[in-house]
Write a protein that binds this ligand. Sequence first.
Ligand code: ADP
Length: 251
Amino acid sequence: MSNPITVANKVQGLVLLLLDVTEKQQQEQLRREFTANVSHELRTPLTAISGYAEIMSQGLVSPENMKPFAEKIYKEANRMITLIADIIQLSRLDEKGAQFIREEVALGDVLEEVVQRLQPLAQQKEVVLTSYVEPAAVPGIRQVLQEIIYNLCENAIKYNKPGGTVKASVVQIGKHAVLKVADTGIGIPAEEQPRVFERFYRVDKSHSRIIGGTGLGLSIVKHGVQLHHGEISLESQLEKGTTITVRLPME
Ligand code: ADP
């Protein structure tokens, strides 16, 4: 849009209004992809639930097969619950966290709580989960910081091997609190590493599905880190393990 500036009926200048629409278009595109992915991801378990229920309602399932059928419905329904929880969490973060309360959060305390909550999962997967914390507080949103740490530690356990380890730590380096989650798990192939933070991206779709992955965990983490003006980096070697480092400013 342009408007001439006239002084005493003479054109003296021009006001030009240029709008950069590329970012807007990209966001629009991402939103459309996200909606399509959400629909697909929700339809898959729902179709399975509907199919099993239909066969059961037609009396086509023998009494001894009732239990496995019910278990399948239960599993798919749980998958939907997990997906919906992740989608709600992402859309809350999309609103730029305006509705969250910010406070001083002792990151080490949060890490230790999370590690305690995840010990049963670690034991079940035969993974040794340990933590090391130094006092480091960041101005932040407690719940979001909890989710960041939880998702990273949960992945480090889920994508591990029996007898493996997960070492989670919080240390202070200069004016940053540095959270590190290092595992000795299956690792991520180099070419996939830049993509794992994308929404719904899973390296091995079937494997991730079996262990209950939605592909949303790391995008929630990345969003949460951005809300705290932090940085996230990933180092990984196939079959050796993965280390994810989050640096959060302390002021
Ligand atoms: P998911 O819900 O599938 O775990 P995430 O967004 O948390 O989704 O992770 C995306 C993908 O990145 C996972 O499906 C998995 O393939 C890979 N991944 C994430 N964390 C690790 C890890 N610590 N070790 C190996 N692979 C990982």
